[in-house]
Ligand binder design. Sequence first.
Ligand code: BT5
Length: 288
Amino acid sequence: MSPEPAPVQRPPLDATRVREAMKSRGMGELWVSRATGSTNDDLVERAKAGRLAHLSVETTEHQEAGHGRLGRGWETPDRSALAVSIYFRPDAGFDPAGLPWLSMLCATAMVRTLSERAGLAAGLKWPNDVVAGGHKLCGVLAQLVLTADGPAVVVGAGLNVSQDRAELPVPTAGSVALLGGRTTDRTELMAGYLDRVAELYAGFAAVHGHADEPGPGDRVSLRQAIARHMVSIGHEVDAHLPDGTVLRGTAEDLGAEGALVLRDAAGKLHHVLAADVFHLRRSDGSYV
Ligand code: BT5
């Protein structure tokens, strides 16, 4: 008879530790719920209901009705994952053209966190996925909120932490545990992620949301920092458009407004915006 598998350890989040990490970066408030539908929806509601401090954070132990882009779902079992949403309320000097960059800023923060805390070689699959070992570990979803004080953005990240294969909804999904990450401590991963987001945002805000200008003390601009992590660059990819057509080309760069720059077989350049893409796949059929 084979031995019983060891029970998966899924301790609750330690809100005190997360608050300490947030405080050291001058972030806003933190709300931690036992269960909710969607942390993005909750934070959007709070933002609409009244003044929210910039860089406030909503998280939950169990997100029961998470959503992705284009009405797609996001599924994670109780205490197995991170569902964390951050409220960005840029000050008046911030160029609104910088707002669409916030989702890739957060994805980049997650790539760095996975490398630093979990020892995983993660990358960014344009436009909003964090991948490692050929699998999607994290998805990011940004929602614009029009407040009385001007435009704000809620950016939610869902990170698969301790799910086993049977708990993941699609074969392309992976988790930190399945990929052999050196920690599955959700508190550590969340604190690391928030720290990296706050750091990247501080540099971006200092240059008023201009993605092509390096922040003070940074050697590269936000656009270059993001592009360095992109796994598709140099590969032939298929951009599946909502009307069913497929645009095939070599991914060359990350362009203005966060567009993916593709060169087609005839040598023509195309700038593809995230909002216009149903999904992106490698032309050889592989996911990443
Ligand atoms: C995303 O959408 O990848 C964005 C997911 C954002 C989730 C966060 S969690 C906190 C916040 N609150 C929310 O309600 N949402 C955000 P998209 O690229 O559309 O990918 C969705 C697709 O990924 C689904 O159609 C499934 O195929 C797949 N999927 C669903 N759950 C997954 C999971 N746990 N891991 C990997 N893939 C998943």
